[in-house]
Design a protein around this ligand. Structure first.
Ligand SMILES: *[C@@H]1O[C@H](CO)[C@@H](O)[C@H](O)[C@H]1NC(C)=O
Ligand SMILES: *[C@@H]1O[C@H](CO)[C@@H](O)[C@H](O)[C@H]1NC(C)=O
Length: 505
């Protein structure tokens, strides 16, 4: 009997090992052999003094957004005037139509010759977040170059995209290329404060002109990161295929004021504290495996050493262990579940008076596989106390997941363009934790990708919206060439898109 059990267990283990080995050895994702971009290519766009000078000019406009509908209109006006004067070919081409939307946002349509090809759209924004001048080592609007880096607010968020896209388009049109596929360029002016005056208005205009079905859309997003995980020393380009949602709640408890010398039961503050503790102690469920975060790891497989590769290609088995591990690392925890932060509390009026009311604010960032409603229900069940009133202050559903399969044109075109510029980068799908203007464009396509062609190390992340924001001159040159390759690759109707350089221009 015992022998039979042992034999049976042995057999099961053998089968498991076999499956693991087969999956490890056979797992693959599309990886076209693309020709890398070379400095010696006759259509390589060099970051000349003229090109760097234009970028510096754009960085010097203090196009700061501070609050909803509050942004520096005079500086935005200067920025818009500058962009319109700095790219004469775009602004005089018969292929291009151009709109200034709601005074400060820019929309371009570059007409393609083949109407059977669905148009695509490139997006970015002209505004930047405020600066804490004293904490910077360089003038945040000086755009000074030091040790090969340009320092300024907006160098990575995201005037490099605005100017990179314009330089690439100017170069393309100047070379006499007539695009086959129509494309749009959209720059909002208040992304940092919701995009309601910029991207939302561009979206309305496009919709009113009958634009419906875009092939794909690319906006700012996740970046190329070096040394993202221990043991992975290749650059990893993360393309955001979804965005987390958000939900802000107000919890409030009301009571009867009275003297603190005669308390009756617990105070409103104590009731609220209990609710807060329940939220803090019971995180939302780990959703590992239901969003693109799983494929972030499986798509890395070919670059990992054997034991790691066996794990990521067999998440059907190792998933639970891996997801538990991720829960302990804040940056990974943020992508595997809906996170909860209690951010404000308020209550009490005087040291000897029972508090008449107590309130707390709770901020959730919602995993792409959950909904606002589910998160609310979860909180309600957790708190399980009728004295605690829950009010929704603001909410946004997570964005739909964009496809990133082997045959998805937008994703593969972006992926191949990245690989042509950053030869060794592995491209993987991922979740964007912050939010972008794409919320205003969801009706135009399900193929929305969020990617900023910025090369960074993990310690650079704090420069986003932080101090000493910078980009290297070399990286800026890559940004321009990335968009140029993307324009050429997307112009082709079929996969694999393959920039053949001069022979097709
Ligand atoms: C655009 O300019 C007009 C005229 O100056 C002004 O009335 C309007 O408020 C401006 N719109 C925005 C969004 O600033
Ligand atoms: C890619 O790897 C090769 C060989 O390891 C190296 O020579 C090359 O410099 C790398 N390219 C980039 C862009 O890092």
């Amino acid at each position: 009997m015992l022998r039979n059990v042992c034999a049976c267990i042995g057999f099961v283990i053998l089968v498991l090992v076999f499956i693991i080995l087969v999956r490890t050895a056979t797992f693959s994702v599309r990886s076209d052999s693309v020709r890398s971009c070379r400095l010696t290519d006759s259509d390589f766009i060099r970051a000349t003094d003229e090109i760097i000078g234009r970028f510096q000019s754009a960085l010097r406009f203090k196009t700061i957004s501070t609050n909803l509908h509050q942004y520096d209109r005079a500086e935005l006006q200067k920025m818009v005037d500058f962009v319109r004067s700095a790219f004469p070919v775009i602004h005089s081409s018969t292929l291009v139509t151009h709109d200034v939307v709601n005074n400060y946002s820019l929309l371009y349509k570059v007409q393609g010759s083949n109407s059977a090809l669905r148009p695509y759209m490139l997006c970015a924004h002209l505004d930047v977040v405020p600066v804490n001048r004293d904490a910077w080592e360089e003038d945040p609007f000086g755009a000074n170059i030091k040790d090969g880096f340009i320092y300024a607010r907006g160098t990575i968020d995201v005037k490099q995209i605005v100017m990179g896209v314009m330089e690439a388009t100017e170069f393309l049109l100047k070379s006499g290329h007539v695009p086959k596929r129509t494309f749009y360029i959209a720059f909002g002016h208040d992304e940092e404060v919701t995009g309601l005056d910029g991207a939302a208005k561009i979206s309305e205009l496009l919709y009113s002109r009958g634009v419906r079905d875009l092939e794909f859309l690319i906006d700012e997003g996740t970046t190329i990161v070096n040394k993202l995980f221990p043991g992975v020393n290749i650059p990893i380009a993360v393309v955001g295929t979804s965005e987390k949602g958000s939900l802000s709640l107000e919890l409030s408890v009301n009571g009867v004021p009275g003297h603190s010398s005669m308390p009756e039961g617990e105070t409103t503050i104590a009731t609220l504290a209990r609710a807060i503790t329940r939220l803090e102690e019971n995180p939302h469920p780990n959703m590992f495996g239901t969003g693109p975060e799983k494929d972030l790891f499986t798509h890395l497989a070919s670059d990992l050493s054997l034991p790691f590769r066996a794990v990521v290609t067999n998440l059907w088995l190792f998933g639970p262990v891996v997801s538990r591990l991720f829960s302990r690392i804040p940056s990974l925890n943020a992508i595997v579940r809906t996170v909860t932060s209690v951010t404000m509390v308020n209550g009490g009026v005087k040291v000897n008076v029972l508090p008449p009311s107590a309130t707390a604010m709770v901020n959730h960032r919602i995993h792409p596989a959950q909904t606002v409603k589910e998160v609310m229900e979860y909180d309600r069940k957790l708190i399980n106390d009728e004295r605690v009133k829950i009010r929704v202050v603001s909410s946004m559903e997570p964005h739909p997941m964009s496809p990133y399969g082997d045959e998805d044109f937008g994703y593969q075109t972006i992926k191949n363009s990245i690989r042509q510029i950053w030869g060794n980068a592995t491209v993987v799908p991922g979740v964007m934790i912050g939010n972008t203007d794409t919320v205003h464009y969801i009706r135009f396509t399900k193929n929305i990708y969020r990617f900023s062609p910025t090369f960074m190390f993990p310690e650079d992340l704090k420069r986003f919206h932080g101090n000493n924001e910078r980009i290297s001159v070399q990286n800026y040159e890559q940004v321009i060439n990335f968009y140029y390759h993307l324009l050429v690759n997307a112009d082709d109707g079929t996969l694999p898109p393959f920039h053949k350089h001069n022979d097709e221009l």
